[in-house]
Design a protein around this ligand. Structure first.
Ligand code: GDP
Length: 384
């Protein structure tokens, strides 16, 4: 009796479970499209019509140069560079307030005794202006304001403005040199220690050039930092600029070569090359950067070598500047993170150190927060 009851319960359970499974399977089938439609969907997904595959077989010589095709659906129009420093002036004034305010406070007292001049000197030194330029500025100001030690604050301000301007060099040529020889593209090599904002700067420079209607190709020759090439490619894609890259850990010089080759073959205006910035040993750096430049110049002249320096690193930044300038002919400086320091005097110090002009300054983390440097705007923001 008990056995019969047990058998009936088991049989009932089997029927209920089987029915449930059948129902589930049936539902699953009902939601899938017929096989013919399924094939179409699969085809569509694989083809990616909005990102056509490059037809490498059409051009076998270029088949092994990986060029990331820019996504064309979300291309941005970058901000024109001309008005950027004016837009970022507030940010500059805020972060540099210490220097300008400090100087004006001393000069505004009206009486300039020895202690006041020392205070002025300290303020300049604290803002990383550097010893020699500080002494020069103080000596010049003293000569100009000698009249009995008593000065009119407005007159003192004008004199300070002119002396600061003279130190920064209002007539230095700060244009980016991007015109190549004989119809070839200009080649800009961007160097600097990792972490200074080098890759970000290359991406931002691409935007500057695109805003000026120049066609650009990027070379991701920083093959040592795993994310650098991806980072660069993303910057490029946003403004429709292709990136030539190589295998991770590959030869940076060969990526530079490929990028310039692409630039020449496809008639680009400018090739921007990011480089690795490891400072293990000076000779290692020298070998690497020297080789990148040499190999590139087999095809086209390097028109500009930009050194990226993090403005927040003070003396350390100056040491880096010295090492790089011994390794490669630096023709321009990009000072990044000027929004993050009250030591704007580094603009003066680093120009003095290298004898080349600051051409761009980074003033924030926004994509267009890289501004062409202008001496007058800078000094006016300092003394605002
Ligand atoms: P790399 O290693 O030299 O290539 O450095 P990255 O380009 O990866 O930049 C390092 C960090 O610095 C990133 O978080 C950037 O957003 C940041 N950065 C770059 N330029 C500026 C700048 O002008 N201001 C600020 N606040 N951050 C910056």
């Amino acid at each position: 009796m008990t056995t019969t009851l047990l058998l009936i319960i088991i049989a009932a359970a089997v029927v209920v479970l089987g029915g449930g499974i059948a129902l589930l399977v049936g539902r699953g089938r009902a939601e899938l499209p017929p096989p013919s439609v399924l094939d179409e969907i699969t085809e569509e997904t694989i083809e990616h019509p909005e990102h056509p595959e490059p037809h490498l077989e059409d051009d076998p010589e270029e088949a092994d140069v990986p060029v990331a095709a820019p996504a064309t659906d979300t291309i941005e129009r970058p901000e024109a560079p001309a008005g950027r420093l004016a837009r970022l002036r507030e940010r500059l004034a805020r972060s540099q307030g210490g220097l300008g305010k400090g100087l004006l406070a001393v000069l505004g007292r009206g009486t300039l005794d020895e202690a006041a001049w020392e205070e002025l000197e300290d303020t300049l030194l604290t803002a990383d202006v550097g010893v020699a330029p500080t002494q020069e500025l103080v000596a010049n100001l003293r000569t100009r304001l000698r009249a009995e030690g008593v000065v009119d604050p407005a007159q003192a301000r004008t004199a300070l403005r002119e002396e600061l301007l003279a130190l920064i060099g209002p007539s230095l040529d700060r244009t980016l040199s991007t015109v190549g020889d004989e119809g070839k593209p200009g080649v800009v090599l961007v160097v600097g220690v990792n972490g200074t904002g080098k890759t970000t700067t290359v991406g931002r420079l691409a935007r500057v050039l695109v805003a000026q209607d120049r066609s650009v190709v990027l070379g991701a020759a920083d093959t040592f930092r795993a994310a650098a090439a991806d980072q660069l490619q993303t910057w490029g894609e946003r403004v429709g600029v292709p990136t030539v890259r190589g295998p991770e850990g590959g030869d940076p010089a060969s990526v530079g070569f490929d990028a310039v080759q692409r630039g020449i073959a496809d008639g680009f205006d400018v090739v921007l090359v990011d480089t690795a910035g490891r400072l293990h040993t000076k000779s290692g750096l020298m070998d690497e950067l020297g080789k990148v430049k040499r190999v590139i110049e087999k095809q086209a002249r390097v028109t500009e070598v930009l050194l990226v320096i993090d403005a927040t690193t003070g003396q350390n930044g100056l040491t880096q500047a010295r090492v790089f300038s011994e390794v490669v002919d630096v023709t321009g400086i990009v000072l990044t993170k000027l929004d993050g320091t009250a030591k704007g005097g580094i603009v003066i110090a680093v120009q003095r150190e290298l004898g080349v002009p600051v051409k761009f300054v980074g003033l924030g983390e926004g994509v267009d927060d890289l501004a062409p440097f202008d001496a007058e705007e800078f000094v006016d923001a300092l003394l605002a």
